[in-house]
Design a protein around this ligand. Structure first.
Ligand code: SF4
Ligand code: SF4
Length: 428
């Protein structure tokens, strides 16, 4: 067993209100510069939706996509035995600026200096790249809040024309928010695909970074990352990505997105993992066995054998204590949190607590939000957000782990509603 430490994050999706504060504060801190106008190290997607960049989950869309080796591992088509030079020229299709969006500003002069007219002057959008007037056709999270419901659209004339069948379908509309940062993967394909050795994973805390002096702008990392979380700075010609705010982490501060999150939904902490088993877990062929394999490499920081092995690897004592106090391994261990797209096999280390939405029948019937555990347990297959949709996101389509996670959440919510703050204080 080779014990290593990893900075990880778990986001509780029930709490995300889609305010984008995390994205904006991250942008102000890290990408408020020319060359990265279109870049959001942290973005918040509306689900169902196409994400940012558009369609990033459609691995076949990018030229070549992925293929499985005879050993069952996923690799980029066109990679492998080719020389470094030919790999550069066979760089699979990259998202272009329109897949992200062409960044713009507004022509505020129009507001101040417009000639007198019957119309109120407006500030026209102007491309930040070309300076030309532009017609905005797409932006990050352009599909924001496209979900709807009968309740919110009672007066909508379109709704009044709908047949009962369509209305019945419409009642099932759902949406939720999915905030995303780089996953700081245990098996990072961006690092594996970088021909110049510029991408690296820090040994001490697993944060994945780009050495700006080494980067030659070949962008293999952009195509190599299945989450499309490496970006190209078109001014400097170098790759850039989420740094997990390492200068803050090093002085004991949380990441900017965690600190400013309005919903307080981001748990940030250290976990200990068995580095000897990463390659083995990443090679598990059966998609359904993958999640358990990923959970198994996260170690119990209270286990004396793990503590001893961590000390032998030189992990500082206060880091071991931090891992013991961290809620992260407990949420993974107790099968509440789930990784995003484990089938990409990069071993992502930003996990999610799936949203425990209300039961549809109860909402449309009595107006009761159906949040007591008995109602939820009896109708877990009738949740507003279909369990199959969550399974596609978090468990490669396997319903059982999502079902288990939602049931635990239902039980926990019910328990917490039965106790008062004073009871909890007493327990402590
Ligand atoms: Fe690399 Fe992408 Fe994983 Fe981040 S999410 S570590 S950029 S492979
Ligand atoms: Fe969601 Fe928090 Fe970001 Fe707001 S700040 S969008 S609540 S993750």
């Amino acid at each position: 067993m080779k014990v290593m430490a990893q900075m990880s994050m778990i986001m509780n999706l029930d709490k995300c209100i889609g305010c984008h504060t995390c994205s904006v504060t991250c942008k102000q801190a890290w990408t408020n510069r020319s060359g990265v106008e279109y870049v959001w190290f942290n973005n918040v997607e509306t689900r169902p939706g196409v994400g940012y960049p558009r369609g990033y989950e459609d691995q076949e869309k990018w030229r070549g996509g992925w293929e499985r080796t005879r050993r069952g591992r996923l690799k980029l088509k066109g990679g492998g035995r080719l020389s470094k030079l030919s790999r550069i020229f066979s760089n699979p299709k990259l998202p272009d600026i329109h897949d992200y969006y062409e960044p713009w500003t507004y022509d505020y002069d129009m507001l101040l200096n417009a000639p007198q007219s019957a119309q109120v002057p407006v500030a026209k959008p102007k491309s930040l790249l070309t300076g030309e007037d532009m017609k905005i056709s797409w932006s990050a999270n352009w599909d924001d809040d496209l979900g709807g419901s009968l309740e919110t659209m009672q007066d909508d004339p379109i709704l009044q024309k709908m047949s009962d069948e369509v209305k019945a379908e419409f009642e099932k509309a759902f949406m939720f928010y999915l905030p995303r940062i780089c996953e700081h993967c245990l098996n990072p394909s961006c690092v594996a695909s970088c021909p110049s050795g510029a991408m690296y994973k820090r040994a001490e805390d697993g944060i994945v970074l780009v050495d700006q002096d080494q980067c030659r702008g070949w962008r293999m990392c952009v195509s190599g990352c299945p989450y499309k979380k490496v970006y190209f700075n078109h001014r400097t010609g170098k790759a850039e990505k989420c740094t997990m705010c390492y200068p803050r982490i090093e002085v004991g501060l949380p990441t900017v997105c965690s600190e400013t999150c309005v919903g307080r939904l981001r748990y940030l902490g250290l976990v200990l993992y068995d580095a000897d088993r990463v390659a083995q877990a990443a090679s598990v062929e059966d998609d359904q066995a993958l999640l358990q394999a990923q959970r198994d490499i996260i170690l119990d920081p209270n286990d004396p054998a793990v503590i001893e092995a961590a000390r032998a690897e030189g992990i500082p004592e206060d880091w071991i204590t931090a891992a013991q106090r961290s809620p992260i391994w407990k949420l993974m261990q107790y099968q509440v949190a789930l990784p995003l797209h484990p089938e990409y096999r990069t071993m992502p280390m930003v996990w999610y607590i799936p949203p425990l939405s209300p039961v549809v029948d109860v909402v449309t019937g009595s107006g009761n939000d159906g949040e007591d555990a008995r109602t939820l347990f009896a109708a877990i297959d009738k949740l507003r957000i279909p369990i199959g949709y969550l399974a596609e996101l978090f468990t490669a389509g396997d319903i059982a782990p999502v079902d288990a996670s939602l049931r635990r959440l239902a039980a926990m919510r019910s328990y917490m509603r039965g106790v008062s703050i004073d009871d909890i204080r007493d327990e402590r």
